[in-house]
Design a protein around this ligand. Structure first.
Ligand SMILES: Cc1ncc(COP(=O)(O)O)c(C=O)c1O
Length: 375
């Protein structure tokens, strides 16, 4: 059965590795294996002596224990280690949903969270982000109106890609409480958790507030290790967990041995990695301020509260045409159309060391082509 194109990943496949100036990455700055081993104090020998045997389908028990230790009231048994965070979305949606189930999904959203649920159920409602007083916002009343007796699942992602929205703790608790009362399961994508900016504090994991929530997390974003393809689901319900594991047998069967070994190393130094990335994002956002002031006739800066990305308004241009034109000039930005949103916004990603250098290339391009718009 055909599935919709995964537009965002097809766009990155086309441009990410041949555009010189990447400005919209959602991951953070990566490090080498060598640096990771040093930070984790893990002798190279341990990695080199790792045997390339099959691994346990649910994941190495020691690794799962370390993952469980990150969250209150979660045990190694609740964790399903994955061959990529994306695999977690695929197998969880298949384990959770059937045709006709009603699903509510925040919008815009990382596309597979929406497209897979839609592909399986054909019955989706979008819970849209709104702009209120120049900041992104979710209307709880709107969510309550979307729910029907058939609503099986609510898909959320906090901190949110691409808006950088993070609910306050009271709202987050109300949401989880509401879903529990209604018998609606929540799939909470926490890939960017730990990247809270400024005064914002890390929220409890959703599964700490409601044990029926399925949580997705991993090492790609907050810890800047997307090349490890390391992720995990937390599924406390044993019946559902078995379903998830059954689906995993049809995708990767089990994770790689080097991936598990390096994930253990990454967890040993995870706070260092997250702190580096938080610092880098904040430096890049501060460094980009003069740019957005200079180009306020083109861009509308919308502050981000958490995560590595922000969704910025674009004035007078189609976001998609603007980004495609820039990509031809070697500068990569992501239009909101590839995240199931109107042609009005652009995603910037602040997690890379090269961000401010690349922003200079965008500045030069705009100065050349739109000098009249510069303030
Ligand atoms: C919200 C969200 N969830 C899941 C993923 C998938 O992560 P990965 O590409 O590491 O599999 C992404 C990647 O961009 C994402 O932004």
């Amino acid at each position: 059965m055909k599935i919709k194109p995964f537009e965002i990943e097809l766009y990155f496949a086309k441009y990410e590795f041949n555009c010189k100036h990447l400005l919209c990455a959602s991951d953070c700055e990566s490090i080498s294996i060598d640096e990771l081993l040093q930070l984790a104090d893990m002798p190279q020998k341990d990695l080199l002596e790792t045997h390339l045997n099959y691994t346990e389908s649910q994941g190495d028990p020691i690794l799962r224990e370390k993952i469980a230790d990150m969250t209150a009231d979660v045990s190694a048994e609740d964790v399903v280690f994955l061959s990529s965070p994306e695999e977690g979305i695929f197998i969880a949606m298949h384990a959770l949903l059937d045709k006709g189930d009603h699903v509510i999904v925040v919008s815009p959203v990382y596309e597979s969270l929406l497209n897979l649920a839609e592909h399986i159920t054909h019955n989706i409602s979008l819970w849209p982000f709104r702009l209120k007083d120049g900041v992104w916002w979710l209307d709880e009343e709107e969510l309550y109106r979307l729910a029907t007796p058939q609503t099986r699942l609510l898909i959320i992602n906090f901190p949110h890609n691409p808006t950088g929205y993070l609910p306050d703790e009271a709202m987050f608790k109300r949401l989880l409480h509401w879903a529990a009362n209604k018998g609606i399961t929540i799939f909470c994508d926490e890939m960017y958790r730990g990247l809270e900016l400024g005064e914002r504090k890390t929220l409890p994991s959703a599964v700490e507030l409601n044990p029926d929530v399925i949580v997705l997390s991993g090492l790609s974003k907050t810890y800047g290790l997307p090349g490890l393809r390391s992720g995990w689901l937390i599924v406390k319900n044993p019946v559902l967990r078995d379903e998830v594991l059954n689906w995993k047998m049809y995708t990767s069967i089990c994770a790689t041995r080097p991936g598990e070994a390096l994930s253990l190393a990454a967890l040993a130094c995870r706070e260092t990695l997250a702190q580096r990335n938080r610092d880098l994002i904040q430096q890049n956002i501060a460094g980009a301020k003069p740019f957005f002031e200079r180009w306020q006739n083109i861009f509308e800066w919308i502050p981000t509260q958490a995560g590595s990305v922000a969704l910025i308004g674009i004035k007078q241009f189609s976001a998609q045409v603007f980004c495609e034109t820039l990509a031809q000039a070697g500068i990569l930005l992501l239009p909101s159309t590839y995240m199931n949103y109107s042609d009005t916004h652009i995603r910037f990603g602040f997690g890379r060391k090269s961000f401010l250098e690349n922003l200079k290339a965008l500045d030069a391009h705009l100065t050349k082509h739109y000098p009249e718009k510069c303030t």
